[in-house]
Write a protein that binds this ligand. Structure first.
Ligand code: CA
Length: 671
């Protein structure tokens, strides 16, 4: 009788060692090849799935992505490292498939975690000939040039929010294709959608989840234009991952045919790249929508998740947390990121609850993407959603950013010190009346990088401006405008607009990478009622009427939009705002003496130019002492941009109430 060593090892592991983290298990079962999932050729397709503890594995083929149309089932064979495989002859492009896995005598059907295409609701994978999913000119479309991460200006967007409202003038409402449309206008004829994003001047669009998520019934979205069913179709942000390597179907014109969402997503990326805008995906590898019944867990029970005393732990506050420190989970994340970076030409990745990923995994991702494109941006939330068994020193937390290489973290410090805490809607920040935020704003100015002029009590966490994301609003929590309305209930619109503009100026003139929520640039709001007395902070499943961008507000608040556009243009025109090292920052950034608790002034200086930036959070005008010289004003309370607004000569400059003042002088002439 032939001895089945594989089975013996498995039995030994299962009954004696009983740990996925044991050396024995890792030596025997860690699999490092790049061929998991389905590998298509015209003549045959190879299927491979990792499931070391399975007793049997079958492949199941179907004609469609759902329904009673099963065609074939075949036994797969287990080979090295616990990988089951089968080769099926013929051209299987468009064939739907699942695996039927048997563990401890129980059979369950699962979707291949590596599935690149899926049918409606992601309940079956699909074999795909990816070469047929490229839009015309795909291979010829070059990525917009991009040199260093602090050149980025990131615009955070939900696909559906962009186009769902009738005021968008966009035809493909709520769809990937809606973001690919050009020449779209609001009621007053101002650009909307993609043209608007281009007009604003941002460099990157950051899309909140577009991978296949679980919460929406995609069958409701066939060919439907969102405006015809406003408030009838369910809505979700999508932070509940189902199939990481396949795309969400509700944003496709046809969720039933797996290839359609791929083609339309690529058309959208192509349209953005053609406009000179790069694309970032928001990836939620830290947890899955389902726990016990997820594809991961049905294939290899408890392997992909952290557990404690036999229970799934919940560091995400969403029911589970993945175990990035385990070899095959880490490999899955790296493979998935590389797949999007290569097949879809994605230019950056945002990691949800990055603090749940271990530092080694994040650095391994950086290392892997650098082989493809070193200009890919990587950043994430440097916190967790709850307690985790992963040791604090191993977590990719904000406090551990110095252990990360080429990975940035969001600065909740600048966010909350500008406008007040996100956890208390009444709390104020620097722009809306708090007088105790000065030192924290100064830390924001340095991008949370250590600086000799910062107060001793301030703990800086970033080793370099390239590792800090500065922002004042994102999809989570109140929009900036709603936070101002809530924290200054008796303020006039004029006052609040000044606060908003100062907030934007602080983000745009700080060292680091600026980030804004779509619509912030014209006072986006999510009112909870028609009286506009309450605002929704967690609108993850609120209807389109709450979430969608209302494009006529662009006309109503055109001056705010122009101010944002001017701030962006100014940032792009002055490299002193985009330093990349702590050393540069120590040499070229100096705070100017100023005793008022709500005034901050600093200068940036290199051999070419000298910039003075002043933030006045007071409701009245202030005088600030600046270096003597012939100055040109480019930003004040009313305007921002690259065109001179006024000249100033002397030392004592006056700022308007609640405003930013920026003066520049060229140094070439002085040499
Ligand atoms: Ca879905």
């Amino acid at each position: 009788m032939e001895i089945d060593w594989f089975k013996i090892i498995l039995i030994y592991w299962r009954y004696v060692v009983q740990s996925y983290d044991s050396k024995e298990f890792q030596l025997e079962f860690n699999y490092d090849q790049k061929d998991l999932g389905s590998t298509y050729t015209k003549e045959y397709t190879v299927f491979k799935v990792w499931a070391p503890t399975a007793e049997e594995m079958k492949i199941m083929l179907y004609e469609e992505g759902m329904g009673d149309n099963f065609t074939l089932s075949e036994n797969m064979v287990q080979g090295d490292s616990g990988v089951w495989s089968i080769i099926l002859q013929g051209d299987l492009n468009g064939t739907y498939y699942t695996y039927r896995v048997k563990i401890d005598g129980v059979e369950q059907e699962v979707v291949d975690p590596y599935a690149k295409a899926v049918g409606a609701n992601g309940i079956r994978g699909m074999v795909i000939d990816l070469s047929t999913t490229n839009p015309k000119g795909w291979r010829e479309t070059v990525k917009p040039s991009f040199h260093k991460s602090t050149d980025a200006i990131i615009y955070e967007l939900h696909i559906r929010d962009l186009s769902a409202d009738v005021s968008s003038g966009i035809q493909h409402k709520g769809k990937y294709l809606g973001l690919a449309e050009t020449n779209t206008k609001n009621k007053k004829g101002l650009p909307t959608g993609l043209d608007h994003i281009k007009e604003l001047g941002v460099t990157h669009v950051h899309l909140i989840p577009c991978y296949d998520y679980n919460s929406l019934d995609e069958t409701m979205f066939l060919g439907i234009s969102i405006d015809k069913a406003t408030n009838e179709l369910p809505y979700n942000w999508g932070y509940d991952p189902l199939n990481y390597n396949a795309l969400e179907g509700s944003y496709a014109t046809d969720p039933f045919h797996g290839e359609v969402r791929i083609l339309e997503f690529k058309q959208m990326i192509q349209a953005l790249h053609k406009k000179g805008i790069r694309v970032i995906m928001d990836m939620v590898y830290n947890h899955t929508a389902m726990t016990k019944d997820s594809n991961f867990n049905k294939l290899v029970p408890e392997y992909y998740y952290r557990t404690k005393d036999g229970e799934f732990t919940d560091g995400s506050a969403c029911g589970n947390e993945t175990a990035s420190e385990r070899f095959m989970m880490r490999k899955f994340i790296i493979d998935s990121v590389l797949y999007y970076a290569t097949e879809y030409q994605i230019d950056g990745f945002r990691f949800d609850l990055m603090g749940l990923h271990d530092i080694e995994t994040m650095n391994a991702i950086r290392n892997a993407v650098d082989q493809v494109d070193y200009s890919i941006l990587l950043y994430g939330e440097g916190w967790t959603g709850g307690d985790s068994p992963l040791a604090e020193e191993e977590r990719a937390l904000k406090a551990n950013v110095s252990k990360l290489i080429g990975v940035a973290a969001f600065s909740d410090d600048i966010r909350d010190s500008i406008k007040g805490s996100v956890f208390n809607k009444q709390e104020k920040g620097f722009v809306n009346g708090a007088i105790n935020k000065k030192e924290m704003i100064k830390m924001g100015v340095t991008g949370a990088v250590k600086h000799k002029q910062l107060h001793k009590s301030i703990s800086c966490w970033s080793p370099s401006p390239t590792q800090t994301i500065n922002y004042v609003s994102a999809h989570d929590d109140l929009t900036l405008w709603d936070k101002l309305l809530s924290s200054v209930p008796n303020g006039t619109k004029e006052d609040l607009v000044q606060m908003n503009k100062l907030a934007a100026a602080i983000v745009m003139a700080s060292q680091g990478i600026p980030f804004l929520q779509a619509g912030e640039e014209f006072l986006r709001s999510k009112p909870a009622n028609v009286e506009n007395t309450e605002y929704i902070s967690n609108s993850y499943k609120s209807p389109d009427s709450v979430n969608s961008i209302k494009w006529n507000q662009k006309s109503e608040n055109i001056k705010v939009f122009q101010y944002y556009r001017g701030l962006i243009a100014f940032r792009k025109a002055h490299s002193l705002l985009r330093m990349t090292t702590a050393t540069e920052l120590q040499q070229q950034l100096h705070f100017l003496p100023c005793w008022n608790k709500s005034v901050i002034a600093f200068e940036l200086k290199d051999e070419k130019e000298h910039i003075v930036i002043i933030y006045n959070g007071n409701p009245n005008s202030k005088y600030v002492c600046i270096p003597n010289g012939d100055w040109t004003v480019y930003i004040n309370s009313q305007q921002a941009g690259t065109e001179p607004i006024a000249k100033f000569k002397g030392r004592l400059v006056q700022t308007d109430p609640i405003s930013c003042l920026v003066l520049v002088r060229e140094l070439n002439d002085c040499l």
